[in-house]
Ligand binder design. Structure first.
Ligand SMILES: Nc1ncnc2c1ncn2[C@@H]1O[C@H](COP(=O)(O)OP(=O)(O)OP(=O)(O)O)[C@@H](O)[C@H]1O
Length: 234
């Protein structure tokens, strides 16, 4: 049974695979509750594949792994939604539904994850929008928002089910430096409130400005700045 001190990610000699190809081998690291780590590496080095393995979108090729208390080996398809409910997953492409309002985008996820009760739902939507600084935007359509605001909605959506872990893949990728900085500050705030964060990024300016643990995909392995010296990719 997971306890409050159980790491949110615990990998031991895990093989990250794309089909029959090994992308990363013998990946071992833990991320504790409330910890923050960047995931870096050149294009094609395996960052997204590792994240996908963590949210059970790719099967593990070998080793042992647990995320949010769910063992990844032999995690049945019926259990995957329960794992995902413990996670907030944020991609570079916003993936908002553009044919409905901000509130309806959030409602869609709440309904899909089993929420009921109009008042409770409305309250949760207000809470997460407030949290990301978009309290006044519930009835707006996504196209009425800037790129940075759209990314905030995506973050609000990821927070709906109070995740223990946020997995973010290039969350500042398409944003200009000031907006990227404000999104990063939001991540730091969320992290300070106790949610662990693993963020894949090429934005080294952000890393220099907000230095934290770095995990780096390099030559099929994962290097950990808490164990070895890690340099940022060129
Ligand atoms: N759907 C797929 N099927 C087969 N191979 C894939 C697939 N997606 C990625 N790969 C391969 O897996 C390797 C790692 O890709 P991955 O997307 O994990 O890298 P990345 O570090 O996230 O790159 P980027 O920084 O460009 O996002 C690459 O060699 C890539 O070609």
């Amino acid at each position: 049974m997971p306890t409050s001190s159980t790491p949110v990610i615990e990998l031991h000699d895990v093989y990250v695979m794309q089909d029959v190809n090994t992308i990363l081998q013998k990946v071992s690291f833990t991320l504790d509750k409330g910890e923050f780590a960047y995931l870096v590496g050149r294009t094609g080095s395996g960052k997204s594949s590792l994240l996908k393995t963590l949210y059970a979108d790719l099967p593990m090729g070998g080793g042992a792994g647990a995320v949010a208390g769910f063992g990844l080996q032999k995690l049945g398809a019926d259990k995957v939604p329960f794992l995902r409910r413990k996670l907030g997953i944020i991609f570079q492409d916003f993936q908002l539904l553009f044919d409905r309002t901000v509130a309806e985008n959030l409602l869609f996820v709440l309904k899909a994850t089993g929420w009921s009760g109009k008042a409770k739902i409305q309250q949760r939507i207000s809470e997460v929008l407030m949290r990301v600084g978009l309290a006044g935007s519930a009835s707006k359509m996504p196209h009425q928002l800037s790129g940075g605001e759209q990314q905030r909605v995506v973050i609000a959506r990821a927070l709906l089910n109070e995740p223990v872990l946020l997995l973010a893949d290039e969350p500042t990728g398409n944003l200009d430096p000031d907006v990227a900085d404000s999104i990063m500050r939001l991540f730091v705030e969320i992290n300070n409130a106790g949610t662990a964060v693993l963020m894949a990024t090429h934005n080294y300016q952000i890393i220099r400005q907000y230095p934290k643990r770095i995990l780096k995909c390099e030559n099929g392995q994962l290097l950990d700045s808490t164990r070895v010296a890690v340099t940022l990719p060129e």
